[in-house]
Design a protein around this ligand. Structure first.
Ligand code: GAP
Length: 514
């Protein structure tokens, strides 16, 4: 279960660094804002999350295929997609702290505070009235709650209008009217709000005169749109069908913060689902449900997820919602599900002059499909798994341990093979066991330090099982298996380990839950 606390985030960040999950990029030069490297354990966890997603999308849906498009794309791609003109964030500075913020995020945070106040009123009343409490009735009739709700609705409306009409003066007025103070300086001394384009650009071509401005893709989706007909024709795909892709995306975020939650270089797992116009809302609901089930199968707790409808739609979206997760910083966007209409394909068709239409043999007609997209940030998935897994435990003997209760199917290492001593043939026996398991599972071999210290290290990187090889092993081919979560130990036959690991660590078993 996620634990809401700024301190937890700090602890997770330092644990991630200490145990080889995530390092600040180019740290020897003091790092680079919003850019991180994944270490030896981080990359394994990340790959397992990718596999869980990829297999769900492409193996469990026979009408979804994969793609790996290039990061660089023709610059016209980003004109057609609207990113050159509209992929902006409203930026505002506080003159006293000299800190920069996204004005829309300041407003959204103020709305969240009002929502928290409603929740507190409801909690208080629930305590007061006990079992007879009817929360729906209370929310609908309590004057204070009504007042908060009215203000939330008005603020949402003003935010939507200001963003929709690109009216940055109104954005600033909203910040002033809500009396938002800078969390650093505590003052309300704000500059005007300016639009800031989030795309990184670079130049292609070795001679300056011939240089061409190109962009690092801010979303993977456009690689799918421009390849829509290539895939459809070569794969003889029939609508409805989807194209899935995992890859890097780049955004010059005004403020990259909260560790790997908001980065400037990150990874997305996106799927564009092409449907008949008019059927998009049916598929939008279908994918909302499917994606939520995919998240819930990980067992991080139903109460830690919720849908959040977008009022302030991206330039391409006709309907959109987030799946929010209860991160240590509170409920925040983990995944976006968007109904993008035919916006992208139509724009690409117009600018490129190439037809991007589907021929429907049943109706004998051409049309531009509508698109429902699911887009989850791999790094945010990683953070949700890591932060939920991080547990500090006080043990019966008074000692403490930090354990990462990562689902075994996602854990970087599935099993640690630990010879009790570095002599008497125990290491050789341990290696034999490892050689037998390593083709199926990622194993970790460790023969230094006391067994207790080795168990703690394995707990700290989330290894679900430890296998200890001792002198008895040499006599009867049994080992001690120790379970990370309960710390219980069993004596088992070596030949049973494989099946035990298969049952507990298989991504297939996780997929079967969906
Ligand atoms: N193609 C649609 C799209 O890109 P988005 O809501 O902007 O939609 C999708 O991004 C997902 O990508 C988000 O839900 C989030 O998980 C992830 N994401 C977006 N910006 C990010 C950032 N700066 N750092 C890490 N993840 C990010």
């Amino acid at each position: 279960m996620a634990q809401q606390d700024d301190n937890i985030l700090k602890k997770v960040v330092s644990h991630a660094k200490e145990y080889g999950f995530v390092f600040p990029s180019s740290e020897i030069y003091d790092g680079l804002g919003g850019v991180y490297d994944y270490g030896q354990n981080g990359v394994e966890l990340k790959n397992n999350i990718k596999e869980y997603w990829w297999r769900f999308m492409t193996c469990l849906h026979d009408n979804i295929v994969g793609l790996d498009a290039a990061i660089f794309m023709h610059p016209d791609t980003w004109k057609a997609s609207g990113h050159v003109d509209a992929f902006n964030d409203p930026m505002i500075d506080n003159r006293d702290s000299k800190k920069r913020y996204r004005a829309d995020v300041l407003v959204e945070d103020a709305i969240s505070k009002m929502e928290d106040k409603i929740e507190k009123e409801v909690e208080k009343a629930a305590k007061r009235f006990g079992e007879s409490f009817d929360s729906t009735m209370f929310i609908a009739t309590n004057p204070r709650v009504q007042e908060y709700q009215k203000k939330i609705n008005e603020t949402n409306e003003r935010l939507k209008n200001a963003m929709g009409s690109n009216d940055m003066a109104s954005m600033k007025q909203l910040v002033l009217d809500l009396e938002i103070a800078d969390p650093v300086s505590g003052t309300k001394n704000w500059t005007d709000v300016r639009q800031f384009n989030l795309m990184f650009s670079t130049e292609m071509g070795s001679i300056a005169e011939e240089a061409n401005k190109i962009y690092l893709r801010p979303e993977t989706a456009q690689g799918i749109f421009v390849n829509f007909l290539n895939v459809q024709k070569t794969g003889r795909m029939k609508i409805p069908f989807g194209i899935a892709q995992i890859g890097k995306a780049f955004r010059n975020e005004i403020i990259a913060r909260q560790f790997i939650f908001r980065m400037r270089e990150f990874e997305q797992m996106e799927m564009q689902f092409f449907v008949k116009p008019g059927e998009e809302m049916k598929w939008y609901e279908f994918w909302k449900e499917k994606r939520m089930k995919w998240h819930l199968a990980l067992g991080l707790g139903k109460e830690n997820y919720r849908f959040h409808d977008h009022l302030n739609l991206a330039h391409y979206a006709k309907a959109a919602c987030d799946i929010q997760f209860n991160f240590p910083m509170g409920f925040k966007e983990l995944e976006g599900i968007h109904s993008r209409s035919d916006f992208d394909l139509k724009s690409h068709e117009k600018l490129s002059g190439k037809k991007l239409q589907y021929f429907d043999p049943e109706d004998n007609q051409n049309f531009i499909p509508y698109v429902v997209e699911t887009s989850v940030g791999l790094d945010r998935m990683f953070l949700s798994v890591l932060a939920s897994a991080y547990v500090e435990e006080k043990l019966e003997d008074g000692s403490e341990r930090v354990v990462l209760r990562i689902h075994p199917a996602l854990a970087p290492n599935k099993v640690a093979i630990l010879p009790l001593m570095k002599k008497d043939g125990l290491p050789e026996k341990a290696e034999m066991i490892m050689n037998n398991l390593k083709f199926n599972f990622r194993c970790y071999y460790e023969d230094k330090d006391t067994i207790g210290k080795r168990y703690r290290r394995m707990d700290a990187i989330g290894t679900p099982f430890c296998v200890t090889v001792d002198h008895q092993t040499l006599q009867d081919d049994t080992v001690t298996i120790r379970y990370r979560d309960t710390m219980k130990q069993d004596r088992v036959k070596i030949e049973t380990i494989k099946e035990l690991l298969e049952n507990a660590c298989s991504i297939n078993n996780l997929l079967r839950l969906i």
